[in-house]
Design a protein around this ligand. Structure first.
Ligand code: PMP
Length: 325
């Protein structure tokens, strides 16, 4: 029998209770019926959960699809999408796929965003990820507000926001040039149901919905996401467990001379000890059935990204690393 891989390369969340999944899988949907248009009940439930209005939400099959629609709908053909680098590698991919141009804005060497905003007149939209994948750091909220005041369309990818101390949803009523994307794939532990959402001014959401097929999220995914919100206490409890595991993994990796950035996500961005090549580390770990994320890009090729796993998964990783370093 083949050994099950320990996947610490995709930032999934394996720290949720079995009882949570049991509750989510009690089916009460009628498979003969179409879902409600634009997932009406889910938008209402999300609105209640976040203290906003349901017209401010659009739901789709994962936040990748949400971002894809935003790029297509909100950025003119031939328009330019700015994004900070290093960040989520899908931004340029989704822009190219929609035949939009990109402008890469390098982060500072400490992975903060640069103070300069000279590029702002050149771009039709700016996408930033906070907390950022892969660096695990949040973007300072004052900096975000100063970008919003420049009236550029700002898309904030908050895929990991549940893990951070603050997100930007409270800015939604104040800025109509802001779109935030979120997902059920990370903290909610539901990458398999493919549900993500956009939050923005109702006018923007109307435009996005016009470009989205109204039945795009199926009844099963809608139902699971709705029940997840009803049982949000499980997700919130798992955040505390993630914090504990993150602290444990950070301390143990530091003892092995890894340089670990303070993470506001469910993964650690770290530089292996001197003399250990990240790609060789990847090879040895994968031979032991453990996957971590490495990078080709020059800015981050000396780092690895490791998802915070269960105590068992983390200990398997640490056991292997102890033999390597
Ligand atoms: N944004 C970021 C920053 C991510 O890391 C990911 C998943 N790797 C996504 C978006 C896509 O998430 P989803 O599963 O909702 O498509």
């Amino acid at each position: 029998m083949t050994q099950k891989l320990i996947r610490l390369d995709l930032n999934e969340n394996h720290l949720l209770d079995d009882e949570y999944y049991k509750r989510l899988l009690t089916l009460d949907v009628d498979l003969a019926d179409y879902p409600s248009e634009y997932s009406r009940e889910l938008c209402e439930s999300l609105a209640k959960y976040h203290g906003l209005r349901s017209e401010q939400f659009m739901v789709a099959n994962g936040s990748d699809m949400v971002l894809d629609t935003i790029f297509k709908t909100m950025v003119p053909e031939d328009g330019i999408i700015g994004y900070y680098e290093p960040s989520y590698r899908y931004y340029p991919f989704l822009a190219n796929r929609n035949e939009r141009k990109v402008l890469e804005i390098p982060m500072e060497t400490d992975f903060t965003i640069p103070t300069t905003t000279e590029f702002i007149d050149e771009v039709d939209a700016l996408v930033l990820c906070s907390p950022n994948n892969p660096t695990s750091l949040s973007v300072d909220k004052n900096r975000i507000e100063s970008l919003l005041k420049k009236e550029v369309l700002l898309i904030i990818d908050e895929a990991y926001a549940e893990y951070s101390s603050e997100g930007c949803l409270d800015l939604i009523p104040r800025y109509d040039n802001l779109i935030i994307t979120r997902t059920f794939s990370k903290a909610w532990g539901l990458a398999g149901i493919r549900v993500g959402y956009a939050v923005s001014h109702a006018q923007n959401i109307m435009l996005l919905r016009e470009d989205m097929l109204s039945y795009n999220v199926n009844v099963l995914s809608n139902s699971v996401a709705l029940k997840a919100i009803d049982n949000c206490i499980f997700m919130e409890d798992a955040l505390d467990r993630t914090d504990l595991e993150k602290q444990y993994l950070t301390e143990e990796l530091s003892l092995l001379d890894f340089n670990v950035l303070p993470s506001e996500t469910n993964f650690l961005f770290c530089r292996p000890p001197y003399g250990i090549d990240p790609h060789e580390l990847y090879e040895i770990l994968s031979e032991n059935g453990i996957l971590i994320k490495t990078f080709e890009d020059a800015r981050v090729e000396d780092h690895v990204r490791i998802t915070v796993g269960t105590r068992k998964e983390n200990n398997e990783l640490l056991g292997s690393l102890n033999e390597i370093v």
